[in-house]
Design a protein around this ligand. Structure first.
Ligand code: SF4
Length: 367
């Protein structure tokens, strides 16, 4: 027989509370604790966010000793005060699967945390989300937005049973200075091995990417299932990134012009395979002008480049939607026809890679 007990309500931070539930089995000493996390985001959207955390106490162990992580921060439902489903942007950040981003299927975060490099970072959603949990023991973002490696996430793509488009590091920048070269290489070794997914790498630090592609990452440069992108939010910071990306000898390059902060003028799109454009969303969002977007749409059209208009932005972003002159522009590049191998094959590939990464000390930190 299984028994439930509600132990107490926990204050986590000014907008976050948890209710702890214990699950007992009458036939063994095992027990599990679940914490339902409520995030009250009154300021942001009058919405209520529910999450689930869990831990298992193996039979015979003392409370608090050797707990196995069951999973943290799986968002289960969000509703606003009128009962409508509300999806705050932060929700995107805590889902490692079934991403709500339309242009990708899953997010994968083997690194967490980052630091700001340019005006596009001013209202970084990842930072806003991560800092909410700073100091919350056991939370994935206990250390807020500080850069942290998450080695136990490295092999996650092997767990997905079908072929996905994967946005790599929605909560960070893989080429951040504080991420060691060998760790970046390990992430690309996973991408090269789990080659039935399509990976979308987006960075604001392309100089390091370009440098690594000439040596440590040369093996990944020509792989068609890895897409390499840079953020181009303005002329001063974005256009040099575009030049840098163009110098990378890779198969597929894309631009994310989001949040678009000014008219980019005439942009050289040689060698670019996809352009995503969007206005900033969330509280305090900086507005985007229609003619900036139309200019990019026109340039993409004449260069035969797929153009994806994500959103007008603002707050709440659903108010303005994503139509441009009455039409939604959601063009994607041609996708490689990829099929996930069987579970047995995936396990075999994962096992071999696990051994290699363990041997070089990458996975030790996750033990
Ligand atoms: S680079 Fe991206 S993740 Fe890092 S601070 Fe800027 S917006 Fe946030």
């Amino acid at each position: 027989m299984l028994l439930f007990q509600c132990s107490h309500i926990t204050y986590l931070n000014p907008c976050t509370y948890g209710i702890d539930l214990w699950l007992f089995s009458s036939t063994s000493e095992s027990k599990a604790r679940f914490r339902i996390v409520f995030m009250l985001m009154a300021k942001a959207s009058s919405s209520l966010m529910l999450g689930l955390q869990g831990e298992i106490h193996p039979a015979g162990k003392q409370e608090g000793a050797n707990w196995a992580a069951l999973g943290t921060n799986s968002c289960v439902q969000c509703r606003d005060s009128r009962g409508r489903i509300e999806v705050p942007p932060e929700r995107l950040l805590i889902m490692s699967a079934n991403s709500l981003l339309e242009w990708t299927d899953n997010t994968w975060n083997p690194v967490r945390g980052c630091s700001k490099v340019s005006p596009g970072c001013a209202h970084c959603y990842a930072e806003a989300f991560a800092e909410r949990f700073r100091g919350v023991p056991g939370n994935a973002f206990e250390y807020g937005f500080d850069v942290r490696l998450v080695p136990w996430k490295l092999l996650e793509p092997f767990q997905w049973t079908s072929s996905k488009r994967v946005f790599v590091n929605s909560m960070s920048d893989l080429f951040h200075d504080e991420v060691p070269d060998r760790y970046i290489v390990a992430a690309f070794e996973v991408m090269a091995a789990a080659d039935w997914h399509t990976y979308q790498i987006l960075t604001k630090r392309p100089a390091r990417m370009r440098k690594m592609l000439k040596n440590d990452l040369e093996f990944a440069a020509g792989l068609p299932h890895i897409w390499w992108g840079v953020t181009v939010e303005n002329k001063k910071h974005g256009l040099p990134r575009l030049d840098c990306l163009r110098e990378c000898e890779v198969t597929m390059r894309f631009l994310s012009c989001e949040p678009l902060l000014e008219d980019l003028g005439i942009v050289c799109l040689d060698g670019i395979n996809w352009v995503i454009v969007g206005g900033e969303s969330g509280p305090g969002a900086r507005s985007v002008q229609k003619d900036w977007i139309v200019s990019l749409r026109t340039q993409c059209k004449s260069a035969h480049i797929p153009f994806y208009f994500k959103q007008w932005g603002g707050f709440p972003k659903r108010r303005l939607g994503c139509q441009l002159d009455g039409t939604e522009y959601k063009a994607l590049p041609a996708m490689p026809d990829l099929k996930a191998p069987s579970l047995a094959q995936r396990r075999q590939i994962e096992g071999e890679l696990h051994k290699q990464l363990w041997a070089v000390g990458i996975l030790e930190q996750a033990a």
